[in-house]
Design a protein around this ligand. Structure first.
Ligand SMILES: [Zn+2]
Length: 196
């Protein structure tokens, strides 16, 4: 069975359109001496555009067959969520949040996606950060040529770069599914999104 068959039987209930433009989602990072880091994997974003690769981390991961990211039965791919939250920037002293455009192979889940490609479009600047955090985020944005806006304007700004995920392509998930989980479930749709 191909991924397409799978998405038709368990996904959004509608076939993906032939051509879907890049969509925007939101995510968090940590700004460390190494740069812009994924909080979940510690992967450093050396450039504003990144491509996901599946890197086994746990014993379970090593049991799976090698595959391209995002794997259907895996947790790999670049994670992003549909709903913006400024909280991470406020509670984690190295936290920064922003919007990315995603494309390539994309797994759409109820609350977000796991994507093959992502480009950081805009980062949120929080007025109450320490001077050190402000300087670090400014330097990063400058170096990677990423736009900066006030933290509370990120959601509005994201629309300037790409559209949100079309509602019709967002799968419904069982009520018991943990919020924000992007782990393998039956309720997902596999999409192919053309690059920008
Ligand atoms: Zn994987």
């Amino acid at each position: 069975m191909t991924d397409l068959d799978d998405s038709l039987s368990s996904g959004a209930g509608a076939a993906a359109p032939d051509l879907l433009a890049p969509v925007h989602v939101f995510r968090d990072w940590r700004v460390t001496d190494a740069g812009l880091c994924s909080p979940r994997t510690d992967t450093v974003w050396e450039t504003r555009t990144v491509r996901a690769h599946c890197r086994p981390r746990t014993a379970d991961d090593f049991v799976r067959e090698r595959h391209e990211a995002p794997g259907s039965a895996c947790n790999c791919g670049i994670h992003g969520v549909y709903a913006f939250s400024p909280e991470f920037s406020k509670v984690d002293y190295q936290g920064v949040s922003g919007a990315v455009t995603v494309w390539g192979h994309v797994e759409a889940h109820r609350h977000g996606v796991r994507a093959e490609y992502a480009r950081v479009e805009v980062l949120g600047f929080y007025a109450r950060w320490t001077r050190r955090q402000k300087d670090a985020v400014r330097d990063l944005a400058d170096r990677l040529e990423i736009d900066l806006v006030d933290l509370h304007d990120v959601e509005a700004a994201a629309h300037e770069y790409a559209t949100p995920m079309p509602e019709v392509l967002i799968p419904r998930e069982p009520a018991r599914a943990p919020r924000l989980s992007l782990a393998p479930t039956r309720s997902r749709a596999r999409l192919v999104i053309v690059g920008p």
